[in-house]
Design a protein around this ligand. Structure first.
Ligand SMILES: N[C@@H](Cc1ccccc1)C(=O)O
Length: 503
C-alpha cells in the first residue's frame, strides 16, 4: 500500500509489542510531535495503529518549595526552636521563639498558620507550646518536599500533594500523553510492504499553472492534531488599565487634559506654591533638559502674580513662605515629576481659556522621577491626575469621589492618611490592600488646593485634586507583587500574556 511519508515513518517506528509515546516517535522519526500525532490519527483511521491517551501529571518544586526542601519548613523550624526553648515543658513567649528561629517576614505567618494545624503545639495569647510527641521526621509535607528535591519523585498521598500545591510549594502541570501501538493489520501491511506516496501539502501557483495539481495527491488536514501554541499579540495590561480608567472618569463626568512631558518648572512647581528651595526641586529628584534648557513663553501677568505669592504671601494676612523667587529658575525645563503641571496649565486659563465651576478634569499620563527602582517604584510611571472645581467642596467630596472611582475596579477598602503637600490643605494619602500579600500599598496623594496656589492662577472657588498611581492600581487588580512585573526589562511575559483588567 502507499501512504504519505510521515505515516510511513511513524508506522515503521511503532511497535506491535509495546506502546510508544508520540515524543519517542518524534525522536525516532525526526518529525515534530504535532506531525507525528497527525500521522498517528490518520493511521488509526485506517486501522493500522491504535492510539491510547492518558493525562500525565508532573510535579515540580517552586522556588519557595526548593528553599524549604533545603532549610526546612517554617513550622518545623519553629517547632525545633520551641523545643530548644523548653516549650515542651512550659509555654514560652512567642517573640522569643520567633526571634531565635531566624524566621523572617512572611515565613513567620506561614509558620504560625501551619503550626497548630499539624499538631506541633499550640499558640495562645502570645505564648507557644510544643507537643513533645510531635515528630518532624514524620512530617508528610516535609518528606514529600525532600523526596521531590532529591530525585524528582513524589512520595506521599494525594492529600499531601494538594496541600503542597495550596501552599504554593509545588506546581502541578498536566499534559496529554499519546501512545501508539501497531495493530495486527498494521503488522500485516508492513510485512506486505508500504511505500511512500508523494503528497502535496499546499497548492502552489506552479502546481496550478502547470496543471500538475490534477495528478498529485493532497495530504489531508487533521484539525484535531496538537499544534504548537502561537502567542498572539495583545494590548499591554497597563494600556488596557489606562483606557479603562479613562472610561471610568469620563463616565463620572470628567474631561481629559493634555500637555507637554517636558515642561517649565514654573508649571510643574512654582504655580503649585512650591518654594524654589524645596528639596524636591533639587537636581537629585528631577530630570533636567540639556537642550533646550529654558521655556520661551510664559504668560507675563501670571508670572508676576505667582512671584508675588511666593515673595509676599496671599490673602489679607499675607501668609506664605516669603521665599526668594527667580524667574530664570522657573523657566528651566525638566521632565515633569508629576502631571499636576497639566492641572496648573488648565486652571490658569492658558490652555482652553477661563474654566467656570462646576468643572472636572483628568489625565492619565506619564510622570518622571529620579527614584530608586524597587518593587513599588519606577523612574517613569503613569499618574491618574484629576481635579474638581466647584463652590464649597469638602473632604467628604474628595473621599466620596475616590470611593466611587475605586469601587469600579472592585476596590472597596481604601484607607486615608493625613499628609502634607505644599499646595494642598488638607492633604491625604490613599492606601489599598494588596489582594495576595495583604500589604497596604500607597496608591495616591490628594488634597484641596490652597488659596496661595489658586489665587495667582485666578481661581476663586474650591478645587480638590489628586494624583493616583496607575501601576499601583494595576498591582491591586492583577495581583502583581512587583511593579517591575508590569513593565520594564524584567516584566514576566507569561504574566503579561494572561493578565486581565478586572472591573
Ligand atoms: N502631585 C501629587 C499628587 C497631587 C495632585 C494634586 C493634589 C494633591 C496631590 C503627587 O505627585 O504626589
Amino acid at each position: 500500500m502507499q501512504l504519505p511519508a510521515q505515516q510511513v515513518a511513524v508506522l515503521e517506528a511503532a511497535s506491535a509489542d509495546e506502546a510508544t509515546s508520540v515524543d519517542a516517535l518524534a525522536a525516532a522519526t525526526d518529525l515534530p510531535p504535532e506531525t507525528v500525532t497527525g500521522a498517528a490519527f490518520e493511521l488509526e483511521e485506517d486501522g493500522l495503529v491504535a492510539v491510547a491517551e492518558r493525562v500525565d501529571e508532573t510535579v515540580a518544586l517552586t522556588e519557595e518549595g526548593r528553599e524549604y526542601a533545603t532549610d526546612g519548613l517554617p513550622e518545623v523550624r519553629l517547632y525545633e526552636t520551641a523545643l530548644e526553648a523548653g516549650a515542651d515543658a512550659d509555654p514560652v513567649s512567642m517573640g522569643q521563639v520567633i526571634g531565635a528561629s531566624g524566621l523572617e517576614g512572611a515565613q513567620v505567618d506561614i509558620a504560625l498558620s501551619n503550626y497548630a494545624r499539624k499538631g506541633y503545639g499550640t499558640i495562645d495569647s502570645g505564648e507557644i507550646t510544643a507537643d513533645p510527641d510531635a515528630d518532624p521526621a514524620a512530617d508528610a509535607e516535609a518528606n514529600a518536599l525532600e523526596s521531590l528535591a532529591a530525585d524528582g519523585v513524589l512520595e506521599g498521598s494525594e492529600d499531601v500533594l494538594d496541600q503542597l500545591e495550596r501552599r504554593g510549594l509545588v506546581e502541578i502541570t498536566e499534559s496529554t500523553v499519546r501512545e501508539v501501538t501497531l495493530t495486527d493489520q498494521g503488522v500485516t501491511e508492513l510485512m506486505a510492504g508500504v511505500e511512500t506516496a508523494e503528497t502535496v501539502g499546499e497548492v502552489t501557483p506552479e502546481l496550478l499553472t502547470s496543471g500538475e495539481w490534477e495528478d498529485v495527491e493532497f495530504a489531508e488536514y487533521n484539525v484535531e492534531a496538537d499544534a504548537e501554541t502561537v502567542e498572539g499579540g495583545r494590548i499591554h495590561v497597563l494600556r488596557e488599565m489606562s483606557e479603562r480608567v479613562k472610561d471610568v472618569l469620563v463616565g463620572m463626568g470628567f474631561e481629559e487634559m493634555d500637555g507637554p512631558h517636558a515642561d517649565a518648572d514654573f508649571w510643574i512647581n512654582d504655580c503649585l506654591f512650591m518654594p524654589q528651595d524645596h528639596p524636591a526641586r533639587t537636581h537629585w529628584d528631577r530630570f533636567a533638559l540639556e537642550q533646550p534648557t529654558h521655556i520661551d513663553e510664559l504668560p507675563e501677568d501670571l508670572v508676576e502674580r505667582v512671584e508675588r505669592a511666593h515673595r509676599e504671601g496671599v490673602g489679607d494676612d499675607g501668609e506664605g513662605y516669603h521665599s526668594p523667587w527667580d524667574e530664570d529658575f522657573a523657566r528651566a525645563l525638566a521632565l515633569r515629576g508629576h502631571t499636576t503641571s497639566l492641572s496648573t496649565r488648565y486652571l490658569s486659563g492658558t490652555e482652553i481659556g477661563e474654566i467656570e465651576p462646576p468643572a472636572r478634569y483628568f489625565s492619565v499620563e506619564k510622570a518622571y522621577r529620579n527614584d530608586t527602582l524597587d518593587a513599588t517604584h519606577l523612574l517613569e510611571f503613569y499618574q491618574i491626575e484629576g481635579w474638581v472645581m466647584a463652590e464649597d467642596l469638602s473632604v467628604r467630596d474628595l473621599m466620596g469621589t475616590f470611593e466611587e472611582f475605586y469601587a469600579q475596579f472592585g476596590i472597596e477598602d481604601i484607607q486615608f492618611k493625613p499628609h502634607y503637600n505644599p499646595y494642598t490643605e488638607p492633604s491625604f494619602e490613599l492606601f489599598g490592600t494588596h489582594p495576595t500579600t495583604g500589604e497596604l500599598i500607597e496608591i495616591g496623594n490628594s488634597g484641596i488646593f490652597r488659596e496661595e496656589m489658586l489665587e495667582p492662577l485666578g481661581v476663586d472657588c474650591d478645587v480638590m485634586a489628586w494624583g493616583l498611581a496607575l501601576e499601583r492600581l494595576a498591582m491591586l487588580t492583577t495581583g502583581a507583587e512587583d511593579i517591575r512585573d508590569l513593565h520594564g526589562t524584567l516584566a514576566d511575559l507569561e504574566f503579561l500574556r494572561n493578565a486581565e483588567v478586572t472591573y
